[in-house]
Design a protein around this ligand. Structure first.
Ligand code: HEM
Length: 482
């Protein structure tokens, strides 16, 4: 019989649950959305405060919420049923706790998730002047905007302390998400918990030939998003070509043994939530200005140099025009491909795909599960930028991982923000860097290998953090033990 360590050391063959009691116990206790993204188009992210509640009252609330919580097994079985019959997998509910919840529950220290960044919370960590990572690597901190500059209403009003919990309700039917949020509200009413506010996720999709029949998930700048994922379910591995990029990761990079260990196979995952507002008008205008900065314009490729993929997901490193609408993920930056994609392109800076496998880089990878928020007007693809939003829309960046500091914080601070990664003078990530480029250096030079041209242009980011926190997704048994 496998131990939890064995289960987290190799791809999860979930369909063996009927023959393996430990696998069954693991999957029935682990929350949904970790092993595989829920894929639903609408979400409500309900933020709660437990201020003033006694531990017993919080436990009783969590027990009630546990009956709504979707397990990994529920999710995977209903996804399989959907494939066979077309019957919707229905609603997914996940419950996340922050450090504040553990404190108010008076959980003993040795049963509280130990991650240092989780213990500090996003507000405290985002203000650190520098962060020291494993191996003694010290870099300038995340440089998050102060909470006073976050959204002034809703869950993130600076007057609110960090939320103690977040409940994620997801469905392909928006009305069912609303009904789910009301059901949660009924459970909360009278419990002593206060609902701080709700963020609503609204997936944007675009139908592309050869792509997902539901339409490819895109973010507000218009690019296919969420395509590159670490795979740790055996069934997903079988579907993905991996000749040039090894997308196989151990589940232990995203899932940890739960410290409260209600069962020997109870596991959870750390969860980073960042509401990132996008200035779509500003970004699209700058894509055009970058294009014009080349003596001979390069068209849509200007944006592709910034992101590393064309809008339809075609990697710019392939050196082909985006015609197939097929966002492949089996590529790397070796040889000629490495010249075609700038080292500062968003996807290259945040996953350099070094060959052969580089463990130091690979251990940064997170299981990204983001969803866009705010409405994307259908006319957003018309080439006229004047009506594009400068705010009120964006990406709710969400990701699961085993170590918040070594994965999310390292990626943001040591790579995205760091104009000297991977080489001195590379420049910050034009999509999400939270630090400006130094003036006048090579950080603003763009090379377009295909046309043999160079342009000088400081792209500057158009993404701003407007709220967020660090959470932990405990096993269902932790919520249920009451
Ligand atoms: C509004 C903010 C953001 C936008 C618009 C954005 C956009 C994108 C797009 C279009 C892709 C390509 C699709 C794919 O390969 O899956 C991508 C990939 C990626 N993004 Fe972001 N992103 C944002 C924030 C972030 C943040 C905050 C992080 C982490 C700190 C991040 C990390 C990554 C990673 C690791 C990849 C995959 C790279 C690869 O494996 O090739 N992104 N992003």
């Amino acid at each position: 019989m496998p131990t939890l360590k064995d289960l987290l050391d190799r791809p999860v063959v979930w369909k063996d649950w009927d023959q393996d009691q430990d696998l069954l116990a693991f999957l029935a206790d682990l929350q949904a959305n970790i092993l595989k993204g829920h894929g639903r188009d609408f979400t409500a992210n309900v933020f709660l405060s437990f201020a003033g509640m006694k531990p017993g009252a919080i436990r009783s609330l969590l027990e009630k919420l546990s009956y709504l919580t979707t397990s990994a097994l529920d999710q995977l079985r209903s996804a399989e049923a959907f494939k066979l019959t077309g019957v919707s997998g229905g609603r997914i509910v996940c419950v996340f706790l922050s450090r504040g919840a553990y404190e108010k529950l008076e959980v003993p220290a040795d049963q509280t998730p130990a991650d240092l960044a989780f213990q500090g919370g996003m507000r405290q960590r985002g203000a650190l002047p520098e962060i020291t990572f494993g191996g003694g690597i010290t870099v300038a901190g995340l440089n998050d905007p102060p909470p006073a500059d976050w959204e002034q209403t809703g869950p993130w009003a600076p007057a609110h302390a960090s939320p103690d919990a977040m409940i994620l309700i997801a469905d392909d039917d928006e009305d069912k998400v609303t009904a789910g949020a009301l059901a949660v509200q009924r459970i909360i009413n009278g419990s002593g918990a206060v609902q701080l506010g709700i963020d609503r996720g609204l997936a944007q999709r675009r139908k592309q030939s050869g792509g997902d029949p539901k339409g490819e998930g895109i973010e507000h700048f218009g690019y296919v998003d969420g395509r590159s994922q670490p795979l740790f379910l055996a069934e997903d591995l079988a579907k993905e070509s991996q000749a040039h990029w090894n997308a196989t990761f151990k589940p232990s990079q995203f899932i940890v043994a739960d410290p409260a260990a209600c069962t020997p196979v109870s596991a959870g995952s750390y969860f980073v939530y960042r509401k990132l507002e996008q200035d779509v008008k500003g970004f699209k205008e700058r894509e055009e200005l970058l294009d014009k900065a080349f003596a001979k314009p390069i068209g849509e490729r200007a944006g592709a140099l910034v992101v590393g993929r064309y809008e339809d997901g075609t990697p710019v490193s392939l050196g082909v025009d985006p015609t197939a609408g097929n966002p492949i993920n089996d590529f790397n930056y070796q040889g000629a491909a490495g010249k075609l994609c700038p080292v500062r392109a968003h996807i290259r800076k945040l996953n350099p795909r070094t060959i052969p496998d580089d463990d130091f880089e690979r251990r940064r990878i997170m299981a990204r599960r983001g969803i866009t928020y705010g409405l994307r007007e259908p006319r957003d693809d018309d080439g006229d930028f004047s009506d594009k939003p400068t705010g009120g829309v964006g990406l709710i960046f969400m990701a699961y991982m085993a170590d918040i500091s070594e994965q999310f914080e390292f990626t943001q601070a040591a790579w995205a923000n760091n104009s000297n990664f991977p080489q001195p003078g590379t420049g910050g990530d034009a999509v999400i860097s939270q630090r400006p480029n130094p003036a006048g250096g090579s950080e603003i030079l763009w090379n377009d290998e295909r046309s043999g041209q160079t342009a000088s242009f400081d792209f500057k980011t158009h993404v701003k953090l407007v709220g967020g926190d660090y959470f932990y997704a405990p096993p269902v048994s932790f919520l249920q033990r009451g």
